[in-house]
Design a protein around this ligand. Sequence first.
Ligand SMILES: [Zn+2]
Length: 345
Amino acid sequence: MVKELLRKLSDAHGASGSEGSIRDIIKAEVAGSVDEFLQDTMGNLIAVKRGDDFSIMLAAHMDEIGLMVQYIDEKGFMRVVPIGGWFGPVLYTQRVILHGKNGPVMGVLGAKPPHMMKEEERKKEIKIEDMFVDVGAASEDEVKNLGIEIGTPITIDREFAELAGNRVTGKALDNRVGVAMLIRTLQQMASPHTIYAVFTVQEEVGLKGAKVSAYSLNPDCAIATDVTIPGDHPGIEKKDASVEMGKGPVVSIVNASGRGLISNPAMVAWLRETAERKNIPCQVEVGTGGNTDATIIHLERGGIPSVPLSIAARYIHSPVEVVDIGDIESGVQLLVEALKTKPAL
Ligand SMILES: [Zn+2]
């Protein structure tokens, strides 16, 4: 079941730059379904399925946003820097896991108690630099003995859980949802083409893994699987984000109002026509917010025709991201069907 695969991926830890454990899960899942694995110097995992001389790159970033130890004080409290786009109040009082060299260590993000805040302080948005990590240690030496040092990566401690209907919540659905979608696609597809499924690193810190892998592979076209923002809950309106959870995967016509990406029209048409032909629920968006790996892939070499295929996810970049499992299943179906054909480039 894709739900159980997603649980495994969401509960695993892989901040940008330390994606090893995610890579291991993927390899175990798709080993029997691909011809070979390649791994480049940055850590991108490329699962290759050989076919004819038309090549399609599928990209899903493995990394999640996290933190990193920047400084350890004499009492054992740690200053941290964000790795990826965090909003301070989201991190306030979260439990975290520090991935030290002796194994995982539990910690909390502490800050000044609200009782002690002055009136003006309470009104202000709390910043990451106002917080620190507390692992319960009493000294810098005690922290170091736990295997933690400057540069130790940190991720959020929050277990995947099932919600009502077919919805689930987890800490790293951005982008383990895209990873799960590619894993299932590789297991089910029967494409005549050469498929490079690239599980990319360091997307959340600047789309870096996708850039180098697109250059190396030089594919004929590319699809990036990721998450996107739905406008279906309080605090946001459909005029600002027109897609909804539970209504199928989302084909982006543009990302970041076109500054990020204007998708290749033939790639958009290919996915939309496949969805229509096979009666697969599917939505389109003109995105004003974030980017995906497609933003950098389409600018590699002489220009690689690219399109994002995303899953609507509520509350992204938080420990309580929410998605609908049905959207992922439709996304897999759409990719499997599309890959039997090719875009009219
Ligand atoms: Zn993402």
